[in-house]
Ligand binder design. Structure first.
Ligand SMILES: Cc1cc2nc3c(=O)[nH]c(=O)nc-3n(C[C@H](O)[C@H](O)[C@H](O)COP(=O)(O)OP(=O)(O)OC[C@H]3O[C@@H](n4cnc5c(N)ncnc54)[C@H](O)[C@@H]3O)c2cc1C
Length: 362
């Protein structure tokens, strides 16, 4: 039986662990979650109307979103973790026309976009009463994922399968040996799903890795709204999006801070930026934005062309990173594809990315 180590228990690592064929592998997952992006994330799954021109990324994100029904079924994920809530896009009128045309064009190859509707101000408010009566586009296929709840659920499933968890930060002694605490252990395969930390793991082995950390902060407001779980996600014009969850929890986020390195402190500047960005869209901004119950802060991984990468680095090392701001759409599918590769020997990721050597080389 082969020994596999997964390093990193975010959305990729935890999904991968659950899709690995336990009959063939003895699996250990190492994770020390400081700054983890998945736990901090806002939860938006709605990649179809992105203006990004990278076709490979779009294909991956689209297929990643289409993968959700399988994921939900395979692991009995309920509405407290993922919900197809629908997405509202709030933009000036002329941009809504463009978005409508784009949505209809993309629906031809992505039916999971669902129904596409142009909403009047009154209809927008009926959908999400927190908003002013502003025109919007609604797509019914958009969803929201509670990243933290997803990981808790998937960890339980992985433990039931016999996967062993070690909550420690590790280093690599070589491509088959992991150092943790005072210990050292050899594996047949090591899979590195450590987000932006891939660079620090591979640099001592002589690799150059094209990755940088980006800080993200969001605000969590606890309201008394009972039916918040029925509301759609609102992608506002600008950086601040509004993501309603169950039991009155409303998220506002997130910042994209390129110069903050690994800093995980919550800042008044983030509060100011996010609340002022949302202010003009809200029916009663003072009431909603009075005081967040807490902040969430995490570190995203970015490559210089903003595209993710994943695959086989050597005979013994697989990697996946660079998921940026859309890792909730792409991460579970990447985890699945990596697991399929280990289970069957077949790499099903052609067409989704450039050569791995674009991002990692000696
Ligand atoms: C504030 C914020 C909001 C976001 N909102 C959205 C959103 O709405 N929609 C969306 O699609 N995406 C969103 N994202 C992005 C998304 O969260 C990430 O792209 C995705 O979660 C990355 O998953 P991952 O598994 O690659 O990495 P991570 O979730 O970061 O997991 C990597 C794990 O590896 C651990 N690790 C690192 N080094 C080591 C080591 N040496 N030893 C042991 N463990 C280690 C880390 O601590 C962490 O636990 C957001 C991100 C942030 C920060």
């Amino acid at each position: 039986m082969q020994k596999i180590a997964i390093v990193g228990g975010g959305i990729i690592g935890m999904t991968l662990a659950n899709y690995l064929d336990q009959k063939n592998y003895q699996v250990t997952l190492f994770d020390e979650p400081t700054g983890q992006a998945t736990k901090a994330s806002a939860g938006i799954i709605s990649p179809w109307l992105s203006k990004r021109r990278n076709k490979q990324w779009y294909q991956l994100a689209k297929d990643g979103a289409a993968f959700f029904p399988k994921l939900i079924q395979d692991f009995q994920i309920d509405h407290t973790i993922y919900q197809q809530s629908g997405t509202l896009l709030l933009r000036p009128e002329h941009q809504l026309d463009e978005l409508l045309a784009l949505a209809e064009e993309r629906k031809a190859s992505a039916p999971e976009i669902g129904t596409i509707e142009r909403l009047s101000g009154e209809q927008t408010q009926q959908e999400l009463p927190l908003l002013k009566p502003l025109s919007a586009l609604k797509i019914s296929g958009g969803g929201r994922l509670d990243g933290k709840a997803y990981l808790i659920h998937m960890r339980k499933k992985a433990e039931e399968k016999g996967i062993h968890f070690i909550p420690q930060r590790v280093q690599l002694a070589d491509e088959q040996t992991i150092l943790f605490g005072e210990k050292k252990e050899a594996f047949d395969q090591i899979i590195l799903t450590v987000g932006p930390h891939l660079k620090e793991l591979l640099t001592p082995l002589g690799y150059q890795v094209d990755l940088r950390p980006q800080k993200g902060q969001l605000l969590v407001f606890q309201t008394a709204i009972k039916n918040s779980g029925d509301f759609p996600v609102a992608m506002l014009d600008g950086e601040a999006d509004l993501i309603p969850f169950l039991a009155g929890k409303i998220l506002l986020g997130a910042t994209h801070e390129n110069d903050a390195g690994w800093d995980l402190r919550e800042t008044p500047e983030a509060f100011e930026q996010l609340t002022s960005g949302a202010h003009r869209f809200l029916a009663e901004p003072e009431k909603l934005l009075a005081a967040p119950s807490h902040y969430r802060v995490g570190t995203r991984a970015y490559t210089s062309d903003f595209a993710p990468f994943f695959g086989s680095l050597t005979d013994h090392v697989l990697v996946a990173s660079g998921l940026g701001s859309s890792g909730l759409s792409t991460g579970p599918y990447i985890g699945y594809l990596l697991a399929q590769y280990l289970n069957t020997g077949k790499a099903g990721w052609q067409g989704y990315q450039k050569e791995l050597s674009q991002y990692i080389h000696r």
